[in-house]
Ligand binder design. Sequence first.
Ligand code: ADE
Length: 275
Amino acid sequence: MLQIDVITLFPEMIESAVSHGVLGQALKGELLHVKAHTPREFASDRHRTVDDRPFGGGDGMIMLPETLEKTLQKVQHKNSRVIYLSPQGNTLTDEKARSLSKEEHLIFICGRYGGIDQRIINAYVDEEVSIGDYVLSGGELGALVIIDSLARFIPGVLGHGDSADKDSFSQGLLEHPNFTRPREYLGQEVPEVLLSGNHKVIEEWKEKVSALVTCKKRPDLFKEYLQQENAKYQALKKKKTESPLKELQKFLAALSLQERQVLGLEDLHEEDLNV
Ligand code: ADE
């Protein structure tokens, strides 16, 4: 079972956020273990001081190395991977979340606005991770985003029939739109094929719609997908079908205006697929 220890000045923030929804279920089902620890526990002075002003001046408070180190020593063992949440880190991706989910023990260090003493990073941190190019007031939201995104990859966390392989990014594509009852809502009808019960046809249709959605919203990802599909197609000896691009263009052309509208693809044109 993956064990995650979060070092933070706001342990309630972590504990409360992980107690809901899919994460809460994963904790209850013992598929994942998350515990928050505060360096305040190791502060010995009257005010329980855990941070101080930076040498040389500057904004924000810096977390003191000593209380941080004592907290780290309480939770660290030889198979721990220590991650410091920082805007300077490697940006979180779906792939990174998948690889972190395979670890045995993760320790997240959440800094305050000013950060932590560099010497702790030098001595203890295996990797700095950022959740995007913006600055948060502390690492807690970053740690929670990572925990949430990696949990999907832990076997058993998603309910029966759900699969992390079908979510956005898993095949390099964004997810197709989804619909539930009623069949008609706000004058928009659910595409007929989804009601057909023909599993194989539905899966092929979903992949094509995913490709078109990706083309519209993330042309960069679509370009990579098309290159991969082309490579597979070129490797086929007997080419029974048309090229992946031609096939997608035909699929798009065959969608009715109503279908394009309900899928949010009404302004995608065949020539847009030539990326
Ligand atoms: N702490 C402050 N900003 C951050 C970010 N963008 N990602 C992760 N941790 C952070």
